[in-house]
Design a protein around this ligand. Structure first.
Ligand code: PLP
Length: 491
């Protein structure tokens, strides 16, 4: 690597990215290419000779950008946002530039210690209990994804339980995992990975009338029924901000039920955890002091790019006992003292990125107040959009908004010719057509969810560049397209 040539090329790449952001609104939000478009264009083999960066960047512009869905474009309202920021991008450059492999403390003491510092900073920001801190028996680690945090906490819970009951791996069929039907599907995937059969996952039904929260009573019934069948409750996942509708399970009420059964309780706040740095949203975490582990994804709503999931556990020894590997090649004096953290024992893989660098850059570049401002801005925009929908009888807000995600549909009552029986069906089909027409414009992109048989458009506000004018544009488009659809419907 020639530092001067790196400097020259990196400047070109930085200019390229800055131009991308300046011009981002020229590109359709959702990529419009056909499957196989790139494979057809690319050479069948890697180039034999080096190519100049200028040629490569031309190809990025010509071939790659058309196949990109522009998550950072202001009209991106799909899934949950994955926002980024200057601080984060620069942090990514630094961590890639250093390119360390921080599996243990010795492999790069700064990487481990910065991660510990950042995790303690965010613990304080979220007002998580002291028991999750390194100053107690707990601690925090940065994983790549919530799915990874599920796997690691499930493994820790599984091994603890097997140990406690003197059971073997062959007894896994006795262990049961609980969640709601709104829990992210990656929990089921994690169960599969660690050997918990789908038959041993209780996905408890939620109801719209309870805003899709997990019911303590339904949970108790499910657990008691399993206990009567000589099964053993192992793990429960409670969600603060579910993926379909951002429902919040009551940590206080549910942990009260769970504590009687000594199972591992994990809180998944992948999306909404970020909002809880604002005091006005912190009450959603009330009861977190009763759980075993908590995770959230800064790579959703914390100006930090993929991949970044913060996980805290109350008993770090539970994780490290299950995930530790004493590979002889990694033996060193610092680890032998047991006074350092070796993060390889807190995660699935051995190698790990220096993710703390980007999170530290974000925290320092924006400060707590800057980050709170971003959250509040998005929530305010969502509240405004929800108010516009509520004031217009063509629409129905499908579930009360909690954060910056609004779920709505065309109201069956707006369909003059529909009957009571066909209301939902007609609304479903028109709402789906509305979403297709909005997304087809290339100016905005949203996703949908079906709840209790009702087709709903989700508007997740929080992309990097979204401002009030973009939400106003969305509202104008929703109005116009709906009026056109309703006129056709009544014809
Ligand atoms: N949990 C919730 C509530 C989510 O919304 C998501 C993703 O959107 C996940 C978990 C999965 O996160 P990851 O992709 O980091 O595994």
């Amino acid at each position: 690597l020639d530092p001067e040539e790196f400097r020259r090329q990196a400047h070109l790449v930085v200019d390229f990215i800055a131009d991308y952001y300046s011009n981002i609104e020229k590109y359709p939000v959702c990529s419009q290419v056909e499957p196989g478009y790139l494979i057809k264009t690319m050479p069948k083999s890697a180039p034999l000779q080096p190519e100049p960066i200028e040629t490569i960047l031309q190809d990025v512009q010509k071939h790659i950008i058309p196949g990109i869905t522009h998550w950072q474009r202001p009209g991106f309202f799909g899934y949950f946002q994955s926002n980024g920021s200057t601080g984060n991008f620069l942090g990514e450059m630094l961590l890639t530039g250093f390119n360390i492999v921080g599996f243990n403390w010795l492999a790069s003491p700064a990487a481990t210690e910065l991660e510990m510092v950042v995790m303690e900073w965010i613990l304080k920001l979220l007002q998580l209990p002291k028991s999750f801190s390194f100053s107690s028996d707990g601690g925090g680690v940065i994983h790549g994804s919530t799915c990874e945090s599920f796997i690691c906490t499930l493994v820790a819970a599984r091994d603890k339980k097997l140990n406690q009951f003197g059971m073997r791996r062959t007894d896994l069929g006795k262990l049961v995992v609980y969640c709601s039907d709104q829990t992210h599907y990656s929990l089921k995937k994690a169960c599969k990975v660690i050997g918990i059969s789908p038959n041993n996952i209780r996905s408890i039904q939620t109801k719209k009338s309870m805003n899709f929260q997990l019911s303590p009573h339904a949970l108790l019934m499910a657990i008691e029924s399993d206990v009567r069948s000589n099964l053993i409750p192992l793990y429960i996942c409670l969600t603060v901000g579910t993926t379909p509708t951002t429902a919040v399970d009551s940590l206080l009420k549910l942990s009260d039920v769970v504590k009687r059964f000594h199972m591992w309780t994990h809180v998944d706040a992948a999306y909404a955890g970020s909002a809880c740095i604002c005091p006005e949203f912190r009450y959603f975490l009330d009861g977190v002091e009763n759980v075993n582990s908590f995770s959230f994804n800064p790579h959703k709503w914390f100006l930090t790019t993929l991949d970044c999931c913060c996980l805290w556990v109350k008993e770090r020894i539970d994780l490290t006992k299950s995930l530790c590997n004493n590979y002889v090649l990694l033996k060193n004096k610092a680890s032998d003292t047991m006074e350092v953290v070796d993060y390889k024992d807190w995660q699935i893989s051995l190698s790990r990125r220096f993710r703390a660098m980007k999170l530290w850059m974000v925290l320092r570049s924006y400060g707590v107040t800057g980050l709170q401002e971003v959250i509040r801005k998005h929530v305010k925009l969502a509240k405004h959009f929800e108010a516009l929908l509520s004031a217009d009888n063509k629409f129905e807000v499908a579930v009360p908004r909690q954060f910056a995600n609004v779920c709505f549909r065309i109201s069956p009552s707006a369909l003059a010719t529909t009957t009571n029986d066909s209301g939902d069906k007609d609304s479903n089909s028109l709402t789906q057509t509305l979403l297709e027409s909005l997304n087809g414009s290339g100016l905005v992109y949203m996703t949908h969810v079906v709840i209790e048989g009702v087709y709903v458009i989700r508007v997740a506000i929080g992309a990097t560049l979204t401002e009030e004018k973009h939400v106003s544009m969305l509202w104008d488009m929703v109005q116009e397209n709906t009026s056109n659809l309703l006129a056709k419907f009544t014809d």
